[in-house]
Design a protein around this ligand. Structure first.
Ligand code: DOR
Length: 400
């Protein structure tokens, strides 16, 4: 791996309170030096980052990589290639696989697969209940020891409040938060907020999509309840009207909502109620997304459009907030390394610029080619994705 010198980029790292044009040196896979004028050492490759933003590597804390069990939809190899192409140096993958990520042995096999095939870092989110059936708790300590960074039954909410309370209490000593999918949203968010307050367990609401749910989160926060939440690019962009024209490409859980919800979510990002941008990358086969809408699978690919989608939805969002939602906050919530360019940290770096491009799903590395963003012009583009000092993605048109 060649040492790197990123020259003249605007380095934006909220964790360091840094927003300034600087050079950044990467050595031995780590951030070695940040300075106003760093001279190139003989062995270094220079990346000309003038006009670009250099940020801590983006982390997508909500993706479906589909392995084990649904390799026809996505694999570790294709999903993590999509991730680096989309600017992500790390992803957290959901447990709605077959078998579910509910057992340390399943996590051990996943880890081996990741070591062999992944292009970015992969942090597993393990199930809350065995087989995601909503009944029997998993062994949270064993799952955390096997690498789980959060617990979620994904796609399915744990319906039985007593089961979820018991899970939260058992998982209380562990760093990994509960990540809950709230369907139907408002009632379950209210219940989760109660459980979060009652148990004191760190709690994160996945893909919040309605104004009312968001308001409950804001109200709970003002009472001191430490809940966090995330929003997807599609819920920040599209309304239910899209279903009339886009059919299955607009089918997703939670569903696309009304314009007033979209407006509230955008406000929630700006005012800090929403902590994280997460794509809910949910690839399916062409067959599963084809045919009639009623039988089509919910969800679509997100990793390769997410960054452009967030920028299009919130063009006026300060860059430090943009980076906080994509790097600083997911690292903090999952309590994983990364999210900062502090000296000595692994050189996980995302380089992007405000350059418009058009979404063409045929170019996706993801096996899932369906997205409601197809054909859209997006204002922000990934120029390079660097994982542990290794340049894993470089835009073809980025001159260096
Ligand atoms: O649309 C969705 N698809 N929402 C989910 O919660 C699950 C996901 C999937 O796994 O396909």
């Amino acid at each position: 791996m060649k040492p790197l010198l990123l020259k003249g980029g605007r380095i934006v790292d909220p964790a360091l309170s840094l927003d300034a044009v600087r050079d950044l040196r990467v050595r031995d896979g780590k951030v070695a030096e940040i300075g106003e004028h760093l001279d190139r050492a003989a062995d270094e490759e220079v990346l000309d980052a003038r006009g670009a933003v250099v940020a801590p590597g983006f982390i997508d804390m909500h993706v479906h990589l589909r392995e084990p069990g649904f390799e026809e939809k996505e694999t570790i190899a294709t999903g993590t290639l999509a991730a680096v192409n989309g600017g992500f140096t790390a992803v957290a993958c959901m447990p709605n696989t077959n078998p579910a990520l509910d057992d340390p042995a399943v996590l051990a096999a996943l880890r081996e697969n990741v070591q062999r095939n992944a292009r970015c870092r992969v942090y597993p989110i393990a199930a809350i209940t065995r087989g995601r059936q909503g009944r029997l708790p998993c062994d949270y300590a064993a799952l955390a020891a096997a690498g789980a960074v959060a617990f979620s039954d994904d796609g399915d909410s744990v319906e039985d409040m007593q089961v979820l309370r018991e899970a939260a209490l058992r998982a209380l000593p562990l760093a990994a938060p509960i990540v809950d999918h709230c369907l139907p949203e408002e009632a379950l968010v209210a219940r989760d907020l109660q459980l979060c307050g009652e148990t004191g367990k760190a709690w994160h609401i996945a893909h919040i999509s309605t104004a009312a749910a968001l308001q409950s989160v804001a109200a709970a926060r003002s009472r001191g309840i430490a809940v966090t939440c995330e929003v997807t690019p599609h819920h920040l962009t599209f309304t239910d009207a899209l279903a009339e024209t886009a059919g299955a490409a607009a089918k997703v859980n939670p569903p696309l909502r009304r314009q007033s919800d979209v407006d509230a979510l955008r406000r929630g990002v700006r005012d800090g109620t929403i902590d994280v941008f997460a794509s809910d990358h949910a690839p399916h086969t062409a067959q599963e997304k084809g045919g009639d809408v009623e039988h089509a699978a919910p969800g679509f690919s997100g990793l390769e459009v997410a960054v452009g989608g967030y920028a299009a939805a919130l063009p006026d969002l300060p860059l430090s907030r943009f980076v906080a939602l994509l790097a600083t906050n997911p690292a903090r919530i999952l309590k994983i390394r990364g999210g900062t360019l502090a000296l000595g940290e692994p050189a996980d770096i995302t380089v992007f610029a405000d350059r418009a491009w058009t979404v063409d799903p045929a170019t996706f590395a993801s096996k899932g080619k369906c997205t409601p963003f197809a054909g859209r012009r997006l204002p922000r583009k990934i120029l390079a994705t660097i994982v542990g000092g290794d340049v894993r993605y470089r835009a073809a048109d980025w001159e260096t």
